[in-house]
Design a binder for this molecule. Structure first.
Ligand code: BDR
Ligand code: CA
Length: 313
């Protein structure tokens, strides 16, 4: 089968970085048409730069990286330096990238790509706030029906929130954008905290990255070391959740994940719960299903896949 064409929409972030590396390490499965950066974990000037750092680390300076939106649709930007550090990729020392940022705006790249590729052949992979995707859908409604699928990291049901008691970061930062995407009618697969909190780094898993004996293995281990300190201190967990690589792992090996087709609505009004993903997990309403909301994963299989693929870079 031909590799699946994807656009990665991202706010790197150490876990975004690992998600991108996994995609670039898997050319037989995934054809990365481009990477669009969005403001999220850190401001856009850093996320677009970090995306290029990651491509260069993977020895893929040919990948086209675009800057997208620098702020949410209708709110001030909320960032997460408390998790990812000042640069968004804190941990190991990294040189500035030399590969160029594309001149074209990320939104126009998304629109142009969906218009030029055959309908139903391009999958969108958002790993950050949904601002770029929603903006593209609003600017060019004709592209919505052309999207094959959206596989995204965001939201939570049983795990509730990680930025407020009710909301997960990516959805909280731009709930209006999330609402547009979830109402778009495009088939959506959601990797919520319920799943990603099972994708925990552990000492042996990080050691396996380091034992690859490669620059990529060392970087990923150093990033996860940095990323872990927040979760260990805050939640007392064994390690840190590699949230975003769940998206690219699903594209390569969907059987690692299980979930339910349910209705998911986004809270945009309440100050208390804004950004909450109201997932009808128990199907207590007759609202139509609009997403495959994941609930469980094979974490050991996920780390095996990650280590095996990263070894190639
Ligand atoms: C999500 O927020 C970001 O901090 C991570 O990169 C991930 O996309 C987890 O809530
Ligand atoms: Ca992210």
């Amino acid at each position: 089968m031909a590799p699946r064409k994807i656009i990665i929409d991202t706010d790197p972030g150490q876990d975004d970085a690992v998600a991108i590396l996994l995609a670039l390490a898997s050319p037989e499965d995934l054809d990365v048409l481009g990477i669009t950066a969005v403001a999220g974990n850190v401001p856009l000037a850093l996320t677009q730069k970090n995306a290029r750092i990651v491509c260069e680390l993977a020895k893929r300076p040919d990948i086209k990286v675009f800057a997208g939106c620098d702020r949410p649709l209708r709110r001030d930007l909320v960032t997460a330096e408390h998790v990812h550090g000042k640069t968004g990729l804190d941990g190991p020392q990294m040189a500035d990238p030399t590969m160029p940022l594309q001149d074209q705006h990320g939104i126009d790249f998304i629109i142009e790509t969906l218009r030029s590729e055959p309908a139903g052949t391009v999958t969108l992979c958002p790993l950050g706030p949904l601002t770029n995707i929603a903006t593209a859908f609003e600017k060019a409604p004709d592209i919505v029906d052309k999207v094959q699928e959206i596989i995204l990291m965001g939201g939570a049901y049983f795990e509730a929130g990680n930025i407020t008691p009710a909301a997960e970061f990516n959805i909280y930062v731009d709930p209006e954008a999330a609402e547009i995407v979830f109402k778009s009618g495009v088939p959506i697969v959601v990797m919520p905290l319920d799943v990603t909190h099972k994708a925990l780094t552990t000492a042996p898993r990080v050691a396996a990255f380091r034992d690859l004996g490669t620059q990529v293995g060392d970087m990923v281990a150093a990033w996860t070391d940095f990323f872990e300190r927040f979760d260990k201190e805050k939640y007392g967990s064994e390690g840190a959740p590699l949230h975003d690589p769940c998206v690219t792992a699903y594209l390569i090996k969907p059987d690692l994940f299980t979930g339910r087709h349910v209705n998911v609505e986004i809270e945009t009004v309440s100050e208390l719960t804004k950004g909450m993903t109201v997932a009808d997990w128990w199907r207590v309403t007759d609202r139509p299903a609009n997403a495959l909301f994941m609930g469980d994963m094979d974490a050991a299989g996920f780390y095996d896949l990650l280590t095996e693929r990263l070894a190639r870079l």
